[in-house]
Design a protein around this ligand. Structure first.
Ligand code: FAD
Length: 270
């Protein structure tokens, strides 16, 4: 069956390496019969700040404005601003979401963080009951595809920036998997600006090859929600005890005060 892909793209320049990576994804996925939609955030002038203007009409409490509560109600009542509603419709349609961006400050550019803050609203993207493995988007896939200024060796467990698995935990676990997405391994283009022309070409070639099998890839592993107590949100004792004798922790975040496990935020099957 033809799949629908949404690329949320955050780069200012059509001559950038990020633009080339985005164009490669559009070409290869379209050639495979996918319908590909691109949200080009800078081109759209996408608003990055989460404010009361995101709600049409009167808000519940203007004096003590609470974005989480106000946007939940506005979503229920169809009163979210048109730019948010449009992105939410694209997301609802998509089977796979690719976030294409240059790494900024160990994270995403502000305009993309704004998309995350404003589009993934309470009720639409998550709720207390529907999150992580039971999340609203559990039948969808998502992945990060990004460039760095740093060399790969700098994001190594012995490198100056520390382990990339740790850097990826907030984005892949705290945002994508929190909303239920099955998260595919990230596509990282290490330091394209300092790479030789032929190395940049081979980075795009290997992205192109990966894209051809992307829809069949096995997602990264996360701990299922039912392994946690419903009241304390702690690992259930039987699950905890089962892993007590293991040498490493379960995940980057849930490390059980042990050495970190193999690169679980970078490769599936870890
Ligand atoms: C605010 C800010 C914060 C940052 N924080 C971090 C950080 O925390 N960690 C980190 O590692 N880095 C960081 N950086 C650096 C940033 O991640 C890199 O500058 C960025 O990832 C480079 O990607 P680009 O697409 O902009 O590259 P570009 O500079 O656009 O491209 C690199 C090279 O690829 C060439 N190119 C373009 N198209 C093609 C093509 N089709 N084929 C082959 N070559 C092509 C370009 O001409 C250029 O020579 C930060 C930068 C900023 C501005």
């Amino acid at each position: 069956m033809a799949k629908k892909v949404l690329i949320v793209y955050a780069h200012q320049s059509s001559g950038s390496f990020n633009a080339a990576a985005k164009n490669t994804a559009v070409e290869v996925l379209t050639a495979q019969g996918c319908t590909v939609e691109v949200s080009d955030l800078y081109d759209m002038g996408f608003k990055a700040t989460a404010t009361a203007e995101d709600i049409k009409g009167e808000v519940m409490n203007a004096e003590n404005f609470c974005y989480m509560k106000e946007t939940k109600l506005a979503w229920e009542q169809g009163k979210l601003s048109d730019d948010i509603t449009k992105e939410q419709s694209k997301l609802t349609e998509a089977d796979l979401v690719i976030f294409q961006f240059p790494m900024y400050w160990f994270g995403v550019p502000a305009i993309l963080k704004g998309w995350i803050d404003r589009v993934l609203t309470n009720g639409f993207a998550f709720s207390q009951e529907k999150r992580y493995s039971q999340g609203i988007f559990k039948d969808k896939r998502a992945m990060l595809s990004f460039t760095t200024g740093s060399l790969e060796s700098m994001f190594h467990p012995t490198g100056i920036n520390g382990d990339m698995n740790v850097t990826l935990w907030p984005l892949q676990t705290g945002i994508l998997h929190y909303c239920g997405f099955q998260v595919l391994a990230p596509q990282i283009f290490w330091a394209p600006a300092s790479a030789a022309a032929e190395d940049r070409k081979s980075m795009l070639d290997s992205w192109s090859t990966r894209l051809q099998g992307l829809l069949e890839e096995k997602p990264l592993s996360f701990i299922p929600l039912n392994c946690f107590d419903e009241k304390t949100f702690q690992l259930k004792p039987d699950f905890y005890e089962k892993h007590a004798s293991k040498a490493s922790g379960l995940t980057v975040g849930i490390h059980l005060k042990k050495p970190l496990p193999p690169p679980s935020q970078m490769k599936s099957g870890c």
